[in-house]
Write a protein that binds this ligand. Structure first.
Ligand SMILES: [Zn+2]
Length: 239
């Protein structure tokens, strides 16, 4: 059974290595955080652009009203100086009305200026966000290319070692292999324990003389009395 145990020990070393490769695959950064950041920036961009367009529509409408207002003012002033209105009182009222309208016109101008300023600020924000987006997109693409490359390399390596594993398991007694797999499931991936200085190197229990004797002389499987793992003593594998 020593030869079989040697094969099992080799299998375990291989399995540990494959386990590690699988953990490496699992811990690769698949770009989730970058993707989320990109999504957030895209959403932000949409909101800023929507706000900008709303304000732009508002500004256009305001300009149209200003133009209308100017036309109205021109008409009223033309009437005022046309000489058609002769009543002094009527002329005075008209002058008051025109003066009031001019004051509102000035207020509208100030308001218009504010809108243009806000639009200017928003335009800067759009440009800055655009640059952020481009940068993030480049970063994300580079990251994903790297991720896919690393992942493919690890998967190819796993594939290679799985073939190696199949060749190895073909040489192991099926019952022993089944027991090994069961123990591996139950004991956190380690089914075989090497014996060193009369102790199990996994649970550190000192083995009894009886167990050591069995290991040396019997041609059967011997398990650690404490952790239940199959014991393998490299010193006894002398082929
Ligand atoms: Zn043990």
């Amino acid at each position: 059974m020593h030869r079989q145990m040697k094969l099992l020990q080799d299998l375990q070393a291989l399995d540990h290595y494959i386990d590690r490769l699988r953990r490496d695959v699992a811990t690769l950064d698949d770009g989730e955080q970058l993707r989320a950041s990109l999504e957030r920036t895209r959403t932000r961009m949409e909101i800023i652009k929507r706000n900008y367009h709303e304000l732009h529509a508002k500004a256009t409408e305001q300009e149209r009203r200003l133009k209308e207002f100017d036309e109205y003012l021109q008409r009223r002033e033309a009437e005022l100086y046309s000489g058609k209105i002769t009543s002094a009182r009527e002329l005075q009222l008209m002058q008051v009305e025109i003066d009031e309208a001019k004051r509102s016109r000035e207020e509208m101008d100030v308001e218009m200026l504010r809108v243009w300023e806000r639009m200017e600020t928003m335009k800067h924000d759009i440009d800055a966000t655009e640059r952020d987006l481009e940068k993030l997109e480049r970063l994300y693409e580079a990251h994903m290319a790297d991720y896919r490359q690393r992942r493919a390399a690890l998967e190819a390596e796993i594939e290679f070692h799985l073939k190696e594993r199949a060749e190895l398991t073909a040489q192991i007694d099926p019952e022993l292999l089944a027991r090994y797999e069961r123990l591996r499931d139950q004991l956190g991936g380690t089914a075989v324990a090497i014996v060193e200085q009369k102790a199990c190197t996994v649970c550190y229990t000192l083995l009894t003389p009886y167990t050591l004797k069995r290991l040396e002389t019997e041609d059967s499987l011997v398990a650690c009395e404490s952790c239940g793992r199959l014991l393998y003593d490299p010193m006894l594998a002398t082929e």
